[in-house]
Design a protein around this ligand. Structure first.
Ligand code: AMP
Ligand code: MG
Length: 318
């Protein structure tokens, strides 16, 4: 064989070897979707143990859902909600962790975030067809809402109600906590990178093998547009963190030409009346981001920005 032919053969073999090693070196991807927290949750992870990691992350998310679901008969939240006043109810470590951040944000937001909002939220029936409660109904339910109605003792890890009718609603925080836990599990399996999307709560870490620089780009949902649609100017770029959105489009109903959404102003008992449709918080923890996004939605642009600044979080109103 002449020198040129040998040369061509070497080039071909180099290319074939490159493709072969490239393929076996390519990060294994595993992605799955489950219906939890009343929404579709997706996890995509990369690495040899990606599948095992995603399965375990979903298993722990399902556990957190079954603790915090106020509509499930035997959940911890349901037990608290049906308990009488004056009884100290021990809570699990998971619930204690959620309530620690919830209490912190209730205090720092002047209770714009209020986990005792359940009696009012239930009247609006956002989980079903939706209905407009009468002023009288709202007034009555509001009497069970507010500071001191449900007292969390972080040292004893107990919850005590001071009113039989007081009820917890962790709809604005539980998904966020589950996202943080999912990331913890994925990291413990040594995955090289992952993106977790729990209906408006997005978390990512490690390397994104689908981008040139390994970073993650998260397009912020355009309110009321088809799911997944976003404007190019509203893309958050990050290596690791949580991007959490509270939006009116996530749960609402229309009646007599008016739109009623699920983020309630605890001062009025009515949907928070704002000029924007969503608030996105970019921060390290999605539990913190979840509480902040709901709180800041209620607070409005100025007070919302101040609260986000206090926690070193980025805030975007759309
Ligand atoms: P998010 O989508 O995180 O903003 O949470 C909204 C959910 O939290 C609602 O569907 C209610 O279950 C609950 N919620 C509504 N208003 C509030 C509020 N002001 N504080 C705390 N939770 C709320
Ligand atoms: Mg929230």
């Amino acid at each position: 064989m002449g020198k040129i032919k040998w040369g061509i053969l070497v080039v071909i073999m180099t290319v074939v070897a490159g493709i072969f090693f490239g393929l076996i070196n390519e990060k294994k991807e595993f992605s799955d979707k489950e219906f939890l927290f009343d929404t579709y949750c997706t996890i995509t992870a990369y690495g040899d143990d990606a599948e095992k990691a995603v399965v375990e992350a979903f298993s722990q998310s399902a556990d957190i859902h079954s603790i915090t679901d106020g509509f499930a008969e035997n959940s911890e939240v349901s037990e608290i909600n049906s308990a009488k006043a004056g009884i100290a109810i021990p809570v699990s470590d998971d619930l204690a962790e959620i309530l620690t951040t919830v209490t912190e944000i209730e205090n720092s937001s002047s209770r714009a975030f209020d986990s005792s909002i359940a009696p009012v939220v239930l009247l609006w029936n956002f989980g079903g067809e939706g209905r407009i409660p009468s002023e009288e109904e709202i007034k009555r339910a509001m009497a069970y809402v507010g500071d001191g109605k449900i007292v969390f003792d972080s040292n004893k890890k107990t919850v005590m109600k001071t009113d039989d009718n007081a009820k917890l609603d962790l709809g604005g925080a539980a998904k966020g906590y589950a996202g943080d836990k999912a990331v913890e599990v994925l990291k413990s399996f040594g995955v090289s990178g992952a993106i977790v999307d729990f209906g408006g709560n997005i978390l990512c870490f490690g390397e994104n093998p689908k981008s040139d620089d390994g970073k993650w780009r998260i397009g912020l949902q355009k309110p009321f547009a088809p799911t997944g649609e976003y404007d190019e100017k509203n893309v958050v770029e990050l290596s690791e963190g949580a991007v959490v959105t509270s939006g009116t489009y996530q749960r609402y109903f229309d009646k007599d030409g008016k739109r009623y959404h699920h983020i309630i102003d605890p001062k009025t008992g009515y949907p928070a009346n704002q000029t924007y449709s969503s608030v996105t918080i970019v921060t390290e923890s999605s539990l913190l981001g979840d509480c902040l996004s709901t709180a800041c939605f209620v607070l409005g642009r100025d007070a919302g920005q101040k609260l986000a600044d206090k926690y070193g979080a980025q805030i975007i109103f759309l």
